[in-house]
Design a protein around this ligand. Structure first.
Ligand code: SF4
Length: 388
């Protein structure tokens, strides 16, 4: 693979091949700076040096009836997480206040549930209306599990802009990490949200024992599904979850009816390619590079686990992704917000201010001009990316 050919395709938002994508994951570890530096041309062309901040609000915690083996809020998890039902509209407003105070463009309201009842939709909609009245520029994203027909439309009418439902991994691997719903159920919800007028947000979680093939599968599927934003999570092994216990346990688990994450370190890897239960910071960067190249114009968000898996290489990830979560994650602590803001400033990036729709319009016109531009040698591509 010639990396510059891939960069050129990506700048034109053309499909890159599976073979090229695989070569990105196989990029020599010792030469990671060269990869990041070239991928930055794509990031810069579509998003300049802006970084969008997103703030997570866990509006219902620890009581999901599903059995996702990686999740601390699942019914099969024994992790000591807080358990509470849908919080009040006043508490949701307090979270919005915190989001705005910390310069977030988007508030992501997440509830651990299979899917919302009509009453839940009403409660969330009432809270969203109040938040939008106070902060008209704040984008609201909901993540409330599987949607039934018409529910996304109601949320949209209340002022919700986006809906999150992660695919998490490749379709072939999904049955290994969850038994209570299917991959198709997840895709259907993403599509339903999109068809009912919400901006689809769907991402992935890596470090669960998936193969390179699985990583490629989910990357290309998210491109095909035309999701607008892609949160990339790296697995945080919380003791008490099925998956973490398996990863952290020195001895095999006893037979159980619970989901069996056969993915893990001691299981055979033949025919599935490299396994990445143990993510390295460099491999995490390569995954981000892959997503940027395959989905160049989508908001790419570094999400849960960035502190743990990118470690000291976190600042380099800003050269690839254009969006981060600030503050705490749903059930784990995040890096101090001041440190995040310092990191952004120190690296010469800027926080995206206010409603990113205005920015999205700018990005759109930039994309058009990039597509229209005649092919140029890669050395001149930098000039195509306008710094804001
Ligand atoms: S559906 Fe969501 S909240 Fe429920 S167990 Fe799975 S990941 Fe956790």
């Amino acid at each position: 693979m010639r990396l510059l050919d891939v960069i050129e395709k990506s700048l034109r938002n053309m499909d890159i091949s599976r073979e090229e994508a695989l070569a990105v994951l196989g990029w020599p570890e010792g030469d990671i700076l060269a990869l990041v530096s070239d991928v930055f041309k794509v990031r810069e062309a579509y998003f300049g040096r802006k970084v969008k901040l997103n703030f997570l609000a866990n509006i219902q915690s620890g009581i999901c009836p599903e059995d996702c083996s990686y999740c601390s809020q699942s019914r099969v998890s024994k992790a000591p997480v807080e358990k509470y039902k849908l919080i009040s509209a006043a508490d949701m407003m307090r979270m919005a206040d915190q989001a705005v105070a910390n310069k977030a463009s988007r508030l992501c309201m997440v509830a651990s549930m299979k899917g919302p009842s009509d009453r839940d939709i009403e409660s969330v909609s009432d809270a969203v209306r109040a938040v939008k009245e106070k902060y008209p520029d704040l984008e609201i994203c909901n993540s409330l599990g599987f949607l039934k027909d018409g529910q996304a439309e109601k949320l949209k009418q209340a002022g919700v802009m986006a809906y999150n439902h992660n695919l998490n991994t490749g379709e072939k691997y999904y049955g290994k990490i969850c038994h209570t719903h299917t991959y198709k159920d997840r895709e259907d919800t993403v599509n339903r949200a999109f068809f009912e007028g919400l901006s689809p947000c769907s991402g992935a979680l890596f470090g669960m024992g998936e193969s390179q093939d699985d990583i490629l599968d989910v990357t290309f599927r998210l491109r095909e599904m035309k999701v607008s934003s892609i949160p990339i999570n790296f697995f945080i092994p919380i003791q008490g979850t099925i998956l973490a216990d398996k990863l952290l346990s020195p001895s095999p688990r006893p037979p159980s009816t619970l989901p069996d994450p056969t993915c893990l370190a001691d299981s055979p890897t033949e025919g599935r390619g490299r396994k990445e239960s143990d993510l390295t910071p460099v491999y995490a960067l390569k995954i981000l590079c892959l997503f940027r190249l395959v989905c160049p114009d989508r908001e790419l968000r570094i999400a849960g686990g960035r502190e743990l898996h990118l470690r000291t290489l976190q600042p380099l990830a800003l050269y690839i992704a254009n969006s981060i979560f600030i503050g705490d994650y749903l059930t784990t602590k995040g890096q101090d917000m001041c440190q995040d803001l310092e990191m952004i400033q120190d690296m010469g990036f800027e926080v995206l201010a206010g409603n990113s729709r205005k920015q999205a319009d700018l990005d759109l016109s930039r994309r058009v001009s990039i597509k229209d531009k005649k092919s140029t040698a890669p050395t001149s591509l930098k000039s195509m990316g306008k710094k804001d």
